[in-house]
Design a protein around this ligand. Structure first.
Ligand SMILES: CC(C)(COP(=O)(O)OP(=O)(O)OC[C@H]1O[C@@H](n2cnc3c(N)ncnc32)[C@H](O)[C@@H]1OP(=O)(O)O)[C@@H](O)C(=O)NCCC(=O)NCCS
Length: 169
């Protein structure tokens, strides 16, 4: 089901964007997805990783603006716990609220499914993402040393947690 996702947040009247929609990612979206992925990360996922996510049944969403894919989110769930594996917005479309819309859509979907909490990893150097997650109520709960490849050696990951207690920020 496509969702006019901006319409259900607490700032609905302010951020309503009827041209923005969220839907399930399909195999034929992967060319557009990989283009964003390669512009978003120094060490991007390959198309094979995205294909595997679809194949094994991870929840994969794209956000579209006037029908064009401008971002995506992928998460897995195990019992009452979810793991956000990827959240990206096209560089040309950032700071317009799309990352928040997508993340809130994911959290709302998880709450409806009875999932209690969502974890994610993020680079300590990724200030935009850290600010987004803080704004959306995530808290730091750990650090994984050397988790990410980096231009010189490895970079730690911060582990963030958001309890899905029935409210969005
Ligand atoms: C992180 C990312 C998804 C944010 O997407 P976005 O659509 O730009 O985010 P939003 O417009 O919804 O911003 C929401 C909040 O995040 C924070 N934020 C986002 N980008 C920011 C930036 N460049 N600098 C500072 N704060 C930023 C702000 O608090 C912002 O709220 P505000 O606009 O009211 O100040 C996007 O920057 C991205 O795709 N980055 C590359 C991929 C990535 O690093 N993903 C996360 C991996 S863990």
């Amino acid at each position: 089901m496509a969702v006019l996702a901006a319409g259900f947040g607490p700032l609905m009247a302010v951020v309503w964007q009827p041209q923005v929609a969220i839907r399930a990612m399909r195999r034929d979206d992967l060319a557009a997805v990989i283009e964003i992925e390669q512009s978003a990360y120094s060490h991007p996922w390959s198309v094979g990783i995205f294909a595997d996510c679809l194949r094994v049944g991870y929840r994969c969403h794209v956000v579209t603006d006037r029908g064009q894919i401008v971002g995506y989110a992928i998460y897995s769930t195990a019992l009452a716990e979810a793991h956000l594996l990827n959240l990206s917005v096209s560089p040309q479309q950032r700071r317009q609220g799309l990352g928040s819309i997508l993340l809130e859509h994911v959290m709302r979907e998880l709450m409806l499914a009875g999932v209690d909490r969502i974890f994610l990893e993020v680079r300590p150097s990724n200030k935009p993402a850290l600010r987004l997650y803080a704004k959306e109520g995530f808290e730091k709960v750990g650090r994984r040393p050397g988790y990410y490849p980096a231009d010189s050696g490895r970079e730690d990951a911060l582990v963030l947690l958001r309890n899905l207690d029935g409210s969005l920020v």
